[in-house]
Design a protein around this ligand. Sequence first.
Ligand code: TXA
Ligand code: MG
Length: 347
Amino acid sequence: MKTKIVTIGEWNNKALDDIDEAARILREGGLVAFPTETVYGLGADALNADAVAAIYGAKGRPSDNPLIVHVAKVSDCLALTPTLTSSFQILADRFWPGPLTMVVPKKPEVPELTTGGLPTVAIRMPEHPVALELIRRSGCPIAAPSANRSGRPSPTKGDHVVEDLDGRIHMILMSGDCQVGIESTVLDLTGEIPTILRPGILSAGELAEALGTEVAIDPGVLDQTVEKPKAPGMKYTHYAPKAKMVIYQGPKERVHLEMIRIKEEKEKEGQKVGLVAFENQEYREAARTFFAKLRELDLAGVDLILAEALDEQDSIGFAVMNRMLKSAGYRVVDLTKDEETDRRKEQ
Ligand code: TXA
Ligand code: MG
């Protein structure tokens, strides 16, 4: 398949024509990748089962892993879920458009394939002018997982989408780098206590404050040593660079010295080694750049990636570590214990 690739720069007639063309493709059941503030998404009409099936095909994604449905206004949600609860409305008012996905009961009209067979549907209104305009013009709710081949780091630049999906989808709208850089916070509103199924830059604290109630974090997420999460997507191999990756944890200075020591040692053995480290405690920057760093190191052909752990007490540090641990296949060296452990086996 020939993929049409366009860059949306200035907001002019050409840009709107391109978005119109993309919207038409979506309406006709085609696949279009587009930017959001979190990561690039791979969109299809969420109510068209054949179009949704094509997403799984293009990504190579297991079909029990449900998709997030994107809307451009709150009233669009009524095509997906029977009623909007007060919690839903409070959070939509406060955080949409933005990096929050809410899981609610689904209407029968939403195809099983969109929700991976679940009786619930995940909904988000993204905060990116191109995404919003595209959804509006398409006239349909847009199912969109991250626009990467399944298992690869999520795409935060248009080039990442081209790398993974050129020739597999109808159109790619490119428009700069994603400013958040990690995927949205997924919040399950179907239980008694709202529960975070996937951490993002929007924290439990901020959600709890808006709701005036407790917000829980799913145990499968909170215990970052074990994978038994409720969001089905969390159980698959994820975000994996081609190189072997190891995370170093401990006092910052020691971590840096050790990473440099190992790098030199491995390079003497003829290996190519890449480092992922963060200058200070600016974790928004870490979130924004993490996936792009992995892809950069892959392109540079490194054999080994050494990464500095982030502080999991910080809510954004926690969210980035959630991705980093998966990328590294849970290989962590704790310098205070002087041992390499597989965090999954520590239980
Ligand atoms: O920021 C984002 O959320 C990006 C952009 C494109 O909006 N999208 C994204 O989609 O990350 P994806 O498909 O890569 O991840 C969706 C996550 C998966 O972990 C999936 O299992 C979970 O959301 N999910 C989707 N629907 C669900 C549902 N009904 N119940 C529980 N988890 C659900
Ligand atoms: Mg994804």
